[in-house]
Design a protein around this ligand. Structure first.
Ligand code: NI
Ligand code: MN
Length: 228
């Protein structure tokens, strides 16, 4: 059985056969973090959607300590490899097989800077991920607006979709519900809300809007886990 634990904001821990991974591990400085970065000592992968601090978070520290491979877009991977980190620098639309399952990068309408010591540099493009483990598919959209590309995900037969609902920087509740209609995952889990005042949103409203569609909405509090 695969499991997914919400760590707050857009951060998740996922576990399945051959995979112990973090997605967007923003834990230090995250006001709703359900774990400390020091707790993750035996992970083998980190999926990083883009370079903003609320996603990059503790990626460098955790990857350097655990030797986990960081999956991200090629340009950001190039930067991380200069820090002695193992990377898989894939790109949008690319899919590849790994011992635990396949990974595909999906488009995200968003920015992707490399921010270091007050200097901002080009970091490639933001992305999302379709991650296969134990034959199940998890889609983490990253930060994104609603995009027609999401219709392409219907054929992927997504089991669990992790979607932002907070608005301002990403889709809001209405657009996230429209994304669900396009993707038709079995389960949708909202993320990227109520971390900061600008992204306040009521996940129950999202669940109501999705309503009786193909998809069931599962609201996870930071620290809660879902098995599938
Ligand atoms: Ni962002
Ligand atoms: Mn963000």
């Amino acid at each position: 059985m695969a499991k997914i634990r919400f760590l707050g904001h857009s951060a998740f821990y996922i576990e399945g056969e051959g995979l112990k991974a973090l997605i967007d591990p923003f834990l230090s400085g995250n006001p709703v973090a359900a774990a400390k970065q020091e707790e993750f000592n035996d992970i083998n992968a980190i999926f990083l959607t883009h370079g903003h601090g609320d996603h990059m978070g503790d990626t460098i520290k955790i990857a350097q300590r655990t030797n986990a491979v960081v999956f991200t877009c090629n340009e950001l991977a190039g930067y991380l490899s200069l820090k002695g980190i193992k990377t898989e620098g894939m790109h949008i639309g690319g899919r590849a097989a790994f011992p635990f399952g396949k990974v595909k990068l999906t488009p995200a309408w968003h920015g992707c800077p490399i921010e270091e010591e007050g200097v901002v540099r080009y970091g490639g493009v933001a992305c999302g991920f379709v991650i296969e483990v134990e034959g199940k598919k998890i889609y983490h959209s990253g930060d994104t607006g609603l995009t027609m590309e999401m219709t392409l995900l219907e054929d992927e037969l997504i089991d669990v979709a992790l979607l932002p609902i907070g608005g301002y920087y990403t889709m809001d509740i209405q657009d996230a519900a429209r994304a669900v209609k396009m993707i038709k995952p079995r389960i949708a889990i909202p993320m990227h809300y109520n971390t900061f005042p600008r992204i306040e949103a009521d996940p129950k409203e999202f669940a109501e809007l999705v309503g009786e569609m193909f998809t069931a909405v599962k609201i996870l509090e930071p620290g809660e886990e879902y098995q599938f």
